[in-house]
Design a protein around this ligand. Structure first.
Ligand code: SF4
Ligand code: SF4
Length: 415
């Protein structure tokens, strides 16, 4: 099928000077060695689609589908190419002009589009999973369903935060907290840990009830109109509260929240409000005061995996390491290829399980080789992917934990 139309910001697309310096950072290029699976090759494909030289046809779509959206290419690019925006615009165009097979349609439109962004629907969908696990009937499921179940944590800790949690001692100010969809359904205890850390750091924590999905899953899967609706809802939920910052503890959500300004730039009623919202968004790790966390000397060797949407999309790599090192002291070890995608990439491990599995194995091998007993990260998708990979590899002696839970282990956080 052919479709011509101006879906790309041409200036952003032309910023690529084809130097190729991004190639060695691209996980899919490293795995396939195919230029069409590299950032430079994909930008060629996007521009050819825009000019009409290339239709929205299966072969071209395949190379765009295989992109993780990890944005490692942005970190490597000397020309400042905003690859993430180009990718979202291209995927939005593809979803409007390309017919998906039934299975991909079911995954993308129903599971990812209609279940994941709604915590209550996700809780409902997880009920049969709990029953199957309890009855040990998993072996009866088709391979795909078994793999999906394998990604889920052994223990689902759901939980809602109260509307307000008060600072311990004298309050330094007030922050808003984004609960996240996956976070509140599967990692409710991590949200608790995050709020506890903020309280101990001197912040009242407000969790406005009107908030909803950040829109990341929609934006990454070519549903920009839905992502914009999510953005408007969250801006309205937070903008009337007197807040010093809006805190997020999921890197994948954070990278979308800090880009609401870009997402709504063409909407005159919301553009300014979106910029104001995004300016307040901070990842938990860049907001906490690391100097308030004493060394615990727990003795466990610890390493750190950079979530792509924290390291590449938000450029945050130093602060989480400082926090982890403040607790682990001499026991911290760097991870080889720490900022190479683990294969989770939002919902990528569902839509592209083969490449996701290759990257999962590569990540897990690096973790095992580091000798660490704990791997800390900052994103629920990475946690699920790494935990599942460690189980598959039989590396039961290694734990993957969210940084908020890690900092509170042994209750050694400042006072
Ligand atoms: S976003 Fe990641 S997978 Fe996609 S082209 Fe860039 S580096 Fe490669
Ligand atoms: S995206 Fe950046 S690094 Fe990659 S080829 Fe283009 S200009 Fe070079």
């Amino acid at each position: 099928m052919s479709a011509v139309g101006q879906f790309l910001d041409e200036t952003k697309a032309l910023a690529c000077v084809h130097c190729g310096l991004c190639l060695s950072s691209c996980p899919t290029y490293l795995e396939t060695g195919n230029e069409n699976d590299s950032p430079r090759g994909r930008i060629y494909i996007m521009r050819a689609m825009q000019s009409g030289q290339l239709g929205v046809e299966a072969a071209a779509v395949r190379h765009i589908d295989l992109c993780l959206g990890c944005r490692a290419c942005e970190s490597a690019c000397p020309s400042g190419v905003q690859y993430g925006t180009l990718l979202e615009e291209t995927r939005d165009h593809i979803e409007k002009h390309h017919g998906r097979g039934l299975f991909q349609w079911f995954l993308r439109r129903l599971v990812i589009g209609q279940v994941f962004p709604f915590p209550w629907r996700m809780r409902l969908a997880l009920l049969p999973v709990r029953a199957i696990r309890f009855l040990r009937f998993g072996f009866l499921l088709p391979k795909f369903a078994r793999e999906m179940m394998e990604l889920l944590p052994q223990r689902l800790a759901r939980g809602k935060l109260p509307a307000k949690r008060l600072a311990k001692g004298v309050a330094r100010g007030q922050v808003g907290f984004i609960e996240g969809c996956v976070m509140q359904v599967m990692f409710g205890d991590t949200n608790e840990s995050s709020a506890e850390l903020l309280n101990r750091d001197g912040w009242d924590v407000l969790t406005p009830k009107g908030q909803g999905c950040c829109g990341a899953l929609h934006a990454h899967s070519g549903q920009l109109a839905k992502a914009r609706d999510c953005a408007r809802r969250n801006i309205a939920a937070f903008e009337n509260e007197p807040l010093d910052a809006i805190i997020i503890n999921a890197a994948g959500c954070g990278s979308t929240l800090v880009e609401y300004g870009e997402l709504l730039k063409d909407d005159p009623a919301w553009a300014e409000r979106a910029e104001a919202f995004s300016a307040k968004v901070k990842d938990l790790v860049s907001w906490l005061d690391g100097s308030r966390f004493p060394v615990s000397g727990s003795g466990a060797k610890v390493t750190y995996h950079d979530a792509c949407h924290l390291a590449h999309a938000q450029g945050i790599t130093i602060e989480p390491r400082e926090l982890v090192k403040a607790k682990s002291g001499e026991e911290f070890v760097e991870l080889a290829e720490s900022d190479l995608c683990c294969g989770s990439a939002g919902s990528y491990n569902l839509t592209e399980p083969e490449m996701a599995s290759r990257l999962q194995k590569r990540k897990v091998q690096n973790i095992i080789d580091s000798g660490a007993e704990v791997v800390v990260t900052t994103n629920p998708g990475c946690l699920l992917q790494i935990q599942s990979g460690l189980r598959k590899a039989g590396a039961h002696h290694i734990r993957a934990v969210h940084i908020a839970d890690y900092l509170l282990e042994g209750d050694m956080v400042g006072n």
